[in-house]
Ligand binder design. Structure first.
Ligand code: UDP
Ligand code: MG
Length: 320
């Protein structure tokens, strides 16, 4: 067996013991059918159930399975980064463990890749499996992201995708810590083609995403890909000052014409509280970016690996 596989399938897993068997039963026959020398890089992202033990047992009988266990739960983005770094294939496929990404689509991905497409991505047709609030939040987020950032996101594109070695190397070379992978995929470019698919129900277990986590994710995404929220305060400030000057001129003329009077406490209080609020928002936004700079400057690794099983070569320096 050569050291490098032709095709790597990277699957991040956090508490997926319930779906592992179903995943293997559907994925392995697809890999057989594709016929390329394949490896499956399973990244255990600090599961608290027996995902890791099950993976190790699977790996003992199935040489294509490789196991990378992170030292704790670092989140899906970090788990994907770990898997991408360790995947050796000429083409690398990312997919979820919960069978919401149908493994049968992999054959189509690979045949498009053979036709010369460096990136093939699954495009979700509907978000029917999501609650309305999630759908609405997602729509608002994509609209805002599109308006603020120079990197347009292709609609419906997610982590379910195949990437050529060049694209994988390009992603691996990006050193940023707070990773908004969807934006990074778009940022690296390369010709890409969409394969529409329907997102199924989770095969078992439950989604790791809570609404609060999605909010953090959205803020990270926007601060990673746009500096407009930082810069906009210059314009807001200029407008507000101009308004204040006009207002002052208005009072000046009024005083000359009608003399001095003393009404207007409500407008004073309103103006003070309003602009105090505007300043706090501005400070908060600077804080978001400063926080990002702080995380980058600390240079902590994106993830730490606790165990590796089934990889033919020695682990690389994991201080990723
Ligand atoms: N996942 C992970 N780390 C986490 C959360 C999720 O590796 O902290 C994996 C999870 O095991 C699954 C994929 O990421 O393979 C997608 O997660 P999930 O199904 O919870 O997200 P959703 O489909 O709801 O977006
Ligand atoms: Mg899922």
């Amino acid at each position: 067996m050569s050291r490098n596989a032709a095709l790597s399938v990277v699957v991040p897993m956090h508490n997926e013991a319930l779906v592992l068997d179903a995943l293997m039963a559907r994925l392995l026959p697809v890999l057989d059918h594709i016929g390329l020398e394949a490896e499956m890089v399973c990244v255990d992202d600090g599961s608290t159930d027996d995902t890791l033990a099950r993976l190790k047992a699977l790996q003992a009988d199935e040489p294509r399975v490789k196991v990378l266990a992170l030292s704790r739960n670092f989140g899906k983005e970090a788990a994907l980064a770990a898997g991408l770094r360790r995947a050796s294939g000429q083409a690398v496929i990312l997919m979820d463990a919960d069978l919401q990404h149908p493994p049968e689509l992999l054959e189509r991905f690979v045949s498009l890749w053979r036709e010369g497409w460096p990136v093939v991505y699954g495009q979700r047709r509907t978000r029917d499996t999501d609650t309305w609030i999630r759908r609405w939040a997602a729509r608002m987020f994509y609209r805002l992201f599109g308006a603020l950032s120079q990197t347009p996101l292709p609609p419906g594109a997610g982590d379910f995708r195949l990437m050529d070695r060049r694209a994988v190397d390009a992603l691996n070379a990006l050193a940023e810590r707070t990773r908004f992978t969807k934006g990074l995929y778009a940022w690296i470019g390369f010709r890409s083609i969409a394969v529409p698919f329907d997102v199924g129900e989770r095969a078992g277990g439950r989604s790791g995403w809570r609404l609060g986590a999605l909010w953090r994710f959205a803020v990270d995404a926007i601060t990673a890909f746009s500096t407009l929220p930082l810069r906009i305060w210059t314009y807001v400030g200029t407008l507000v000052s101009l308004g204040a000057l006009l207002y002052a001129a208005h009072f000046f003329v009024r005083t000359l014409v009608y003399g001095v009077d003393l009404p207007g406490f409500p407008s004073l209080i309103i103006a003070i509280t309003f602009f105090a609020g505007v300043q706090l928002i501005g400070l908060g936004i600077i804080g978001e970016y400063l926080g990002r700079v702080f995380t980058e400057v600390k240079q902590r690794p994106l993830y730490l690996v606790a165990e590796e099983h089934g990889f033919p070569d020695a682990p690389p320096d994991h201080a990723a």
